[in-house]
Design a binder for this molecule. Structure first.
Ligand code: PNW
Length: 584
């Protein structure tokens, strides 16, 4: 036994992929150089820059477009075997269509990146779509809202296979479509939602307020947003304004079921109490957490967003993504695989979900619904039956009936399409960050119409080790990754798994002693090791998010996920290793 364990270690430590990841919009900068077209993120950040704290955009970001050699240096220094990055579609085709390109400088840039990685003995893992859709395709027909996108995506993918594929062994068609659909086409915390909305800084201030967790208010006093705390009257005023507007909140909170229910029924009231009185805050306990989908409130208040369609748009976008993925897979499979000998797959973001109460069957079912809606939504069509999970069909149908909606909000695949979907991924790319507890809750009955969240008839609650300095949604639950890996193995027939993202942020940190991150990696990677050794899960690689601090979407530069610290006020964007870099 001992010797087989040793053999296991010896053979696997050489084969295992140790990587790190970034994405184009978050790192490249050079948003408009050499003919690059506008992406939905360029558009979104320019149109409503106040969306982000302190007017931040990804215009320059880490400036990797001009500094890839610096990236390469830290990649080598880490000793990575794999590097995951994404291609910017509008850097190759400014308006997303083949007729607008390819832009020679875009092709040159990515050739340069790929060739330098290979020369350094680092395997490139290339994501075709990491959320930065060419704006022109959004404007013309609503991007992934429309099935017209499939044709253009497939053309783009085909071009990438034929141009770069001779050197690429790992293709990822889409990154985390769950986030793209639920936030970009649903809650509105990511592009492209809120097209047409212009939110003023003052509006955003009040919205930022409400996203603070109760105990974070104190912590932030000393930080850059000193104004956030202290001015209590202003806080109450803002809360009162929101109090009148809050209707459709989706929220996550609490370790206390009664309060949870109370929140659902009386959301504004409940928000108001703990946030407005420090004394009451303490009474309710310091673990009390409130997290609101900030932009959802914004869209409710300002309501001018033309793509805001939480109970439908999310499903349509997902449908186009799955079909685009499947077609790109078949093109690779039929035309390129034999000569290029690469693999192609998809990356899904998945949180682990446990029932709030293990002995309560309804809680158990709610947690299973959560896994089905979040992960099964994409994984069942691609790794399972070829179709959406039954429970999604059932719930969406039932709740549609409740609202007298007669059309299919969750689109249907034809039998032929199911066959085309099925088995279209050589590996399961997994982004995983956190886990949560789930309770059943039918709050859709209080809404004006169905939403993706209320369709699930559950609410989530945060759990695990939280830290005031990390992203509000990111709780450290190391054992969650092991449970999730086992669940994927059992549910989808033991696929090869690459963990394509895992990591943790720090708020406003300029520290290099990132012990939080060192601990996170240590604990999570150990759980992955247990999944491999004890549970025989077929994990072939691990990719840390992220190589360096970068533009964290709606959070701008306020949340840093990097193994390397980047100085965003320095024109050189110098990268400095944190403690976690040497640990990793
Ligand atoms: C991923 N969640 O998004 C993305 O792929 C990255 O681009 C991003 O920088 C990174 O994770 C960190 O946020 C996620 O709420 C966004 O569970 C939200 C969640 C997970 C992943």
């Amino acid at each position: 036994h001992e010797s087989s364990k040793r053999n296991f270690r010896i053979t696997n430590c050489f084969k295992f992929a140790w990587g790190s990841a970034t994405s184009a919009y978050q790192t490249e900068g050079a948003w408009n150089v050499h003919g690059k077209g506008e992406s939905i993120w360029d558009n979104y950040s320019h149109r409503a820059p106040c969306w982000y704290m302190r007017n931040q955009t990804g215009d320059v970001a880490c400036d990797s477009y001009h500094n890839f050699d610096d990236d390469l240096a830290i990649i080598k220094e880490l000793g990575l075997t794999h590097y995951r990055f994404s291609l910017s579609w509008s850097r190759l085709f400014p308006d997303g269509k083949l007729t607008s390109g390819p832009l020679p400088d875009g092709v040159r840039y990515y050739n340069d990146v790929i060739n330098k990685l290979i020369a350094a003995n680092v395997e490139p893992m290339v994501t075709l779509f990491h959320w930065d859709l060419p704006q022109a395709l959004q404007d013309e027909f609503g991007g992934f809202n429309s099935s017209k996108i499939i044709l253009y995506y497939v053309d783009y993918a085909d071009f990438c296979f034929s141009t770069f594929g001779d050197r690429i062994k790992y293709w990822i068609t889409f990154n985390a479509p769950y986030e793209y659909c639920t936030q970009g086409h649903g809650s509105g915390t990511l592009a492209p939602v809120s097209n047409g909305t212009r939110v003023t800084l003052q509006d955003m201030d009040s919205i930022t307020w409400i996203s603070m967790t109760t105990h974070r208010l104190d912590k932030r006093k000393d930080q850059q947003n000193g104004w956030l705390v202290g001015e209590k009257t202003q806080l109450e005023y803002h809360l009162y304004t929101l109090f009148l507007c809050l209707q459709n909140i989706t929220c996550a909170l609490l370790n206390c079921l009664d309060l949870l229910q109370c929140f659902v029924l009386n959301a504004p009231l409940f928000m108001f109490i703990p946030l407005s009185s420090e004394k009451k805050q303490k009474q309710l306990g310091r673990d009390l957490m409130i997290q609101v989908h900030v932009t959802m409130i914004a869209t409710n208040i300002y309501g001018t967003c033309c793509h805001y369609s939480p109970g439908e748009g999310v499903y349509y976008a997902a449908h186009s993504i799955i079909k685009s993925h499947a077609q790109a897979y078949h093109i690779y499979n039929n035309t390129y695989r034999e000569s290029q000998k690469g693999q192609i797959g998809i990356t899904l973001n998945s949180n682990w979900a446990d029932p709030m109460t293990r002995t309560d069957l309804e809680h158990v079912e709610a947690s299973q619904r959560n896994l089905a809606f979040a992960t099964g939504w994409f994984a069942d069509p691609i790794f399972g039956t070829g179709d959406y999970p039954d429970i999604m069909r059932y719930n969406v149908q039932n709740i549609s009936e409740f609202f007298n909606i007669t059309h299919d909000r969750l689109p249907k695949f034809t039998e032929a399409e199911k066959l085309l979907n099925k088995g279209t991924s050589d590996f399961f790319g997994l982004n995983h960050y956190t886990s949560h507890l789930v309770v059943p809750c039918s709050y859709y009955q209080n809404l004006d119409g169905p939403t993706y969240d209320s369709d699930q008839v559950w609410l989530i609650s945060l759990m695990g080790i939280s830290n005031n300095l990390t992203s509000t949604w990111l709780y450290q639950v190391p054992w969650g990754i092991r449970k999730l890996l086992i669940w994927i193995k059992r549910t989808y027939g033991d696929p090869v798994i690459y963990i394509t993202e895992n990591g943790i942020s720090e708020h406003f940190s300029d520290g290099l002693d990132d012990d939080i991150r060192v601990n996170y990696y240590k604990n999570y990677i150990n759980e992955v090791l247990k999944a491999i050794k004890e549970d025989d899960v077929n994990v072939k690689g691990y990719t840390a998010w992220s190589l360096m601090d970068n533009f964290e979407w709606a959070e701008g530069y306020s949340e840093r996920f990097g193994l390397h610290w980047v100085n965003f006020t320095d024109p050189e964007r110098t990268r400095i290793p944190k403690k976690s870099a040497s640990y990793y």
